[in-house]
Structure formats: C-alpha cells, structure tokens
Design a protein around this ligand. Structure first.
Ligand code: NAI
Ligand SMILES: CCCCC/C=C\C=C\C(=O)C/C=C\C/C=C\CCCC(=O)O
Length: 254
C-alpha cells in the first residue's frame, strides 16, 4: 500500500501516466496529475476526484520543457500535500516531425524534472526521500531505425538515470533513481502503420500490467540505479550495464 505517500506524474492526462495515477490512487497514495494538454488534464482530474475523493487528487498543468512550470509543479504539490515521495517522469512524444522538440520533451524534460524534483525530495533539504522513475523505452536499449531521434532521446534517459543514480548528490539523498524500458504499450502513441510489423512480432503490453510493474518498482527499496525492462511476456531488471570502474579495470589488465 502507498498510504501517506504523495506522487507526481508528468503527462498523466491520458495513456500510461493516467493508468499509473489510478493504480497509485487505488493503493492509497495522493496524486498530483500534470500535463501540457489542459482540457484533457481537467477531464482526468474531474474523473479521479469523483472516484477517489478531492482530498487525494490535485492537478497542475505543466509543460516539461518550461523550467518555471516544472518548478511550479513540484512547489505546488508540496504546498498542497506537504511533501513528494514518488515522481514518475512519464511525459513524452512519439514520432514527430520536429526532431528537436522530441529531444527537448523526452530527454531534456526528464533531466529537468529529475533535478528539480530532487530538491524537494532529498533528505538534506528536509524531504522524505523516495523514488524518481524516468520513462525511457526498449527503444533506448537497442538500435531502432524506425525513429532514430526517439531512440536517441530514450538512450539519453537511460544513460542519465543510471549515471545520476551513482552521483554523490544522489547516493546519500534517500532518493532512488530508476529507468523504465517497456516495449509497445496499448496507447494512442502506437497508432502508426509503420509499427504494425513490430507489434505483430513482439506483442503489446496492457497499460494496467505496466502500472503494476511501476507499483512494484515503487515498493522495491533496493533498486537505485537499476533499469526495468518490460515486455508483453515478462519483466526484469537489466543488470549488465558496465560501470566506469569495470571498464578501466579491464583496460588496465589487458
Ligand atoms: N506507448 C508505448 O508503446 C510506449 C511509450 N513509452 C513512453 O511512455 C510515455 C507515455 O507515453 P504514452 O502514454 O504511450 O503516450 P500518450 O501520448 O498517451 O501520453 C503522453 C502524455 O504526455 C503528454 N505530454 C506530451 N508532451 C508533453 C510536455 N511537453 N509536457 C508535459 N506533458 C506532455 C501528452 O499530452 C500525453 O498526455 C512516453 O514517454 C513514451 O515515450 C515507452 C515505451 C512504450
Ligand atoms: C521504436 C520507435 C517508436 C516511435 C515512437 C512510438 C511509440 C513508442 C513505442 C516504444 O517506445 C516501444 C519501444 C520499442 C519497441 C521495440 C522495438 C522496436 C524496434 C523498431 C525498429 O526497428 O525501429
């Protein structure tokens, strides 16, 4: 159960973010919903307020590419609920004609939200500690010619999360940092004819199943610096990323 915990989820007006918000609420957390699409955010807020109670749900519109809006998101959540224990940096876009905005939203947005969330969560700032989950993708672990920019943005999220988790600012902060790498999930993001071939081959993860994995990640207090891979068939922490000292040691020995 997440009773007494407070979660912020970016991009939670629909899709994976919305389903995870509902799973957190069902497990007793208080949730601050957030999205750049204000009318859809309002509709999701109204729906959850009716179902889970106004005292448990809050909404703050936020474009993750805007530093002031991200600051207002975390400050506003603390002002409303008293603290932040869980941040799910989920907001993202798929195939997009403006490649620079894909990097801005999917990669730089996650980095910005991580840095600012840490300021409110770390124990040295009198925060409660907790977990920051950064949404990457299976496309952040392998070459994906279908969309090199999307893949690049997600490789960036994996690299940042696994590296920052070991940084001195994080190791003693009480905050865990974890990357999430699903294959295809049943949202409107995969409504694209070019993906049909791959989807038929590897299947589709149900949002509700992915949300259960996210809940498992929140509850696991030993997962700092790990990377969760989720497929339609199974999920596991990928643990074969070399650490920099391993690379240097093996170079010295050869
Ligand atoms: N659907 C899939 O197959 C997979 C999705 N992902 C990732 O999961 C995350 C969520 O995607 P889905 O739920 O599938 O897509 P979605 O399109 O249903 O949801 C994404 C949400 O992010 C919001 N958003 C977009 N730009 C934003 C910005 N600048 N600031 C704040 N919010 C913004 C959208 O308005 C939307 O509500 C994305 O990061 C995506 O890359 C990862 C692996 C697989
Ligand atoms: C893989 C590019 C997808 C573009 C964005 C839209 C949906 C995102 C879905 C995912 O993040 C799922 C990730 C990976 C699926 C695994 C492999 C697909 C490989 C496709 C390729 O060869 O390019």
């Amino acid at each position: 159960m997440l009773t007494g915990k407070v979660a912020v989820i970016t991009g939670s007006a629909q899709g994976i973010g919305k389903t995870c918000a509902e799973t957190f609420l069902k497990n007793g957390a208080k949730v601050c919903l957030s999205d750049v699409v204000v009318d859809r955010l309002q509709a999701t807020y109204e729906e959850f307020k009716l179902q889970y109670g106004a005292e448990n749900v809050h909404q703050i519109p936020c474009d993750v590419t805007d530093k002031t809006q991200v600051e207002d998101l975390f400050k506003g959540t603390v002002d409303t609920f008293g603290a932040i224990d869980i941040v799910f940096n989920n907001a993202g876009v798929g195939i997009h004609e403006d490649w620079e905005s894909v990097i801005q939203i999917n990669q730089i947005g996650v980095i910005r939200c991580t840095y600012l969330a840490l300021e409110y969560m770390k124990k040295s700032s009198k925060g409660p500690g907790g977990i920051i989950i950064n949404m990457a993708s299976f496309a952040g672990l392998c070459s994906s010619p279908l969309d090199p920019i999307y893949a690049s943005s997600k490789f960036g999220v994996v690299g940042f999360t696994l590296s920052h988790a070991l940084h001195a600012d994080v190791v003693d902060s009480g905050v865990r940092m974890v990357a999430l790498c699903p294959t295809f999930v049943d949202t409107t993001m995969i409504d694209d004819d070019n993906m049909k071939y791959f989807i038929e081959k590897i299947g589709v993860i149900k949002k509700e199943k992915l949300a259960e994995v996210v809940l498992e990640m929140v509850k696991d207090e030993t997962n700092n610096g790990k990377c969760m891979v989720v497929t339609a068939q199974f999920h596991y922490y990928k643990d074969d990323f070399p650490k920099v000292e391993d690379v240097f040691l093996s170079t010295k020995q050869s």
